[in-house]
Design a protein around this ligand. Structure first.
Ligand SMILES: [Cu+2]
Length: 69
């Protein structure tokens, strides 16, 4: 059973942001799908180990799209 998370990412502001997030996060080993939305500024991510919430959040911060909260 994969883990599904929904993250609020306030710094998403256009299609380029969506593309960057999707293409970077999908490269984390274990990540199965990434769907970001520029209107809601939400990213839905499905993953298995060795991916983890910690690794995903770390990556998002490193590319300047930190998760809110
Ligand atoms: Cu943008």
């Amino acid at each position: 059973m994969s883990t599904k998370v929904t993250y609020s990412i306030p710094s998403i502001h256009c299609g380029h942001c969506v593309h960057t997030i999707q293409s970077e996060v999908i490269d984390i080993p274990g990540v199965k799908s990434v769907k970001a939305d520029q209107n809601t500024r939400i990213a839905m991510i499905e993953f298995d180990p060795p991916a983890s919430e910690e690794k995903i959040k770390e990556l998002l911060s490193s590319i300047n799209y930190p998760v809110a909260g």
